[in-house]
Design a protein around this ligand. Structure first.
Ligand code: ATP
Ligand code: MG
Length: 351
């Protein structure tokens, strides 16, 4: 298979962790006889410094010509006081909007050797393997809003089309997994949630093999802690998904291992770690590249449909953890930590 990927390292630890993930992708390409052409583009603060624009046209053109995007992270104190159009984060918002990436996927999977870092009981998290599908381009964060000194409002609207496409996406993903879908809403109060629930009910007929349940967001927030292993795919609107996906991200422990994807309903996608640019440790060669490497595995799975190759990366990462190799953020106190490059070498050696 011959494919094009655009790598957007961004800021802080971004260049270090993207370099790791690119090396892992090339190791997979070599083993399985694929050719991945990986071009590097500028985004975020790095792009502001170079082009005075957090998402230059050159970068958009590169991404347009690619099958997928692998992103590091954007942002850092250097640009914190810039006007809003010249903030690094603006580059990320604009690229999501440009490519209409309406579906944000965050898998949370238990990796046995790191469950000691979970704040929950090990027996409650050892079987966790869930995927949160969050609507990313509609709802409260994009509605009309206003405020004065006395009053303020935000509006939450969803169109049928917006709901249908995210619900379809979630059903299709459930089909590729364990065929259980939990739709999360607040249908006892909100009309947007009632329309959401109605559309999920209508869509059930198209996916008779998928088992569906509706769950209110408040009780879901509780059950994610008391019984996270009971979920397979969770689909929900933008703000509920924002909150639940951060909640879910702590279930199995470290921020440094959580990947994500943003999709638009076909195979194209943008893949990035859940964590940020970690400016406090940037340039030291100690960042944990696992989340970005696992994001590259998602890229192989969802954009290229290379499930065996994706699994190979996931298993390589799990084995390196099992052998007791960690970067500084995860190493137990008093034990030696590997550098970003050393840890990446271990993963490549497992491939
Ligand atoms: P953002 O605002 O960009 O969403 P944030 O400022 O909330 O992100 P991060 O940049 O993710 O948070 O960093 C939070 C803490 O976690 C920092 O101390 C950072 O050093 C650490 N951290 C984040 N990612 C990693 C990583 N891959 N490896 C090691 N430490 C990390
Ligand atoms: Mg930050």
């Amino acid at each position: 298979m011959e494919k094009k990927i655009t790598a957007l390292p961004g800021d802080g630890i971004g260049p270090e962790i993207v370099s790791s993930a690119v090396q892992v992708l090339q190791a997979i390409a070599q083993k399985y006889n694929h050719t991945f052409h990986i071009a590097v583009g500028a985004i975020g603060g790095a792009a502001i410094d170079q082009f005075n624009d957090p998402l230059p046209q050159e970068t958009i053109d590169l991404c347009e010509a690619s099958d997928a995007i692998l992103l590091g992270a954007v942002g850092g104190p250097k640009w914190d006081n810039n006007p809003s159009d010249l903030r690094p984060e603006k580059g990320l918002l604009r690229i999501r909007k440009h490519f209409d990436l309406f579906s944000n996927l965050r898998p949370v999977q238990a990796i046995p050797s790191m469950l000691h870092s979970s704040p929950l009981k090990e027996e409650n998290v050892k079987d966790v393997d869930l995927l949160i599908v969050r609507e990313l381009t509609g709802g409260l964060y994009f509605g009309e809003r206003n405020r004065d000194e006395e009053n303020a409002y935000d509006t939450l609207t969803y169109s049928r089309k917006e709901i249908e496409r995210i619900v379809d996406n979630a059903f299709q993903l459930a089909r590729l997994r364990n065929k259980r879908l939990t739709s999360v809403d607040k249908a006892n109060v909100l009309d947007t949630s009632r329309l959401w629930r109605q559309i999920v009910e209508e869509k059930k007929a198209d996916y008779p093999d998928v088992e569906v349940e509706h769950s209110l967001v408040d009780s879901t927030a509780m059950k994610l802690i008391t019984n996270p292993a009971s979920y397979d795919v969770i689909v929900t609107e933008n703000m509920f998904g924002d909150i639940l996906s951060d909640e879910a991200s702590v279930i199995t422990g470290s921020l440094g291992v959580l990947p994500s994807a943003s999709m638009r309903g076909d195979n194209f996608g943008l893949y990035e770690p859940v964590h940020g640019s970690a400016p406090d440790i940037a340039g030291q060669g100690i960042a944990n590249p696992a989340a970005t490497i696992l994001s590259a595995a998602m890229l192989l799975q969802y954009t290229f449909e290379l499930s065996d190759e994706a699994k190979e990366i996931e298993q390589a990462v799990a084995r390196v953890f099992e052998q007791g190799f960690f970067t500084g953020d995860m190493a137990a106190k008093g034990t030696a930590a590997l550098s970003t490059d050393e840890w990446t070498e271990k993963v490549i050696a497992e491939i």
